[in-house]
Design a protein around this ligand. Structure first.
Ligand SMILES: Nc1ncnc2c1ncn2[C@@H]1O[C@H](COP(=O)(O)OP(=O)(O)OP(=O)(O)O)[C@@H](O)[C@H]1O
Ligand SMILES: [Mg+2]
Length: 250
């Protein structure tokens, strides 16, 4: 579904990704973990074609987003992707309804107003947001705002949903609500998920495959069980949040 092939990315003299290759399987949720600053968000931006690697390529649903030459070409490939960032980044001046409508209007693919209305309504019902359609983001809870972010990401029916730290900074209860929301939405819409997180082991509940980045490359890839049972000292250190271990805390 997504192929990352030998990707190198640096900023000035700082090497962030040093030949990363990764296959993200269709219909599964792959979680990318690793210490702060290791390059998780950079990898996500390479997948979205927001950044370009010095070397290597990224294919999204078989299409080469790295080699796409124009923003128009990249936008066509990006139609496979929905994105949910940490802040949920809703428009404060728009109602819940208009926030969810926004991506449909922006794409301009659907000309019929009734058709768009039907799609937004369906999304609001599916995510139990119908009573909040006319509320503004500041009038609803953080958990509800996440739901709106999810509705907005899903309304265009993307094949792949990318989450960059979907619940960092939330209290544990709302954090759990977000995992439930991911699981519930995955069940309903069957997208391929890519989740970036350093919430271990909590994020394992929504992960089929876990990929850990360290020093510019993948140090381990496997199921949540593989991670829990590993005797790799670096992985264990990260998993259990110990400061005494092979990973240097910067
Ligand atoms: N546009 C940029 N220009 C220069 N340096 C950048 C840029 N984007 C990222 N970096 C650097 O690349 C490194 C990796 O950043 P990235 O945002 O991917 O980290 P991360 O793994 O997502 O960390 P966190 O868990 O804190 O979000 C960092 O050292 C960051 O400062
Ligand atoms: Mg990040």
């Amino acid at each position: 579904m997504i192929s990352v092939v030998n990707v190198h990315k640096r900023f000035g003299s700082q090497v962030v990704l040093d030949g990363v290759s990764l296959e993200i399987e269709k219909g599964k949720t792959t979680t990318i973990v690793g210490p702060s600053g290791v390059g998780k968000s950079v990898l996500l931006k390479l997948i979205m074609g927001i950044l370009n690697p010095e070397k290597g390529e990224v294919f999204v649903c078989g299409e080469n987003i790295t080699k796409a030459e124009t923003e128009h070409e990249r936008n066509l490939i990006r139609r496979h992707l929905g994105v949910l960032f940490q802040s949920a980044a809703l428009f404060d001046s728009l109602t819940v309804y208009d926030n969810v409508l926004f991506p449909l209007v922006e794409r301009g693919e659907i000309k019929c107003r009734e058709e768009m209305h039907r799609m937004v309504e369906e999304m609001l019902y599916s995510l139990s947001l119908e009573d909040h359609a006319l509320s503004y983001p500041e009038e609803i809870s953080i958990g509800m705002r996440k739901r709106v972010g999810m509705a907005r990401a899903l309304v265009t029916k993307p094949d792949i949903l990318l989450f960059d730290e979907p619940n960092t900074g939330l209290d544990p209860l709302v954090g759990q609500e977000v995992y439930d929301l991911i699981a519930e939405s995955k069940e309903k819409w069957g997208f391929t998920g890519v989740v970036i997180s350093h919430e271990l082991p909590e994020v394992f509940q929504v992960s089929d495959t876990v990929v850990m980045l360290l020093r510019g490359n993948i140090v381990m890839q496997g199921s949540p069980e593989d991670f829990i049972n590993t005797d790799n000292a670096e992985v264990q250190q990260f998993l259990y949040g110990r400061t005494d271990g092979p990973i240097r805390i910067q």
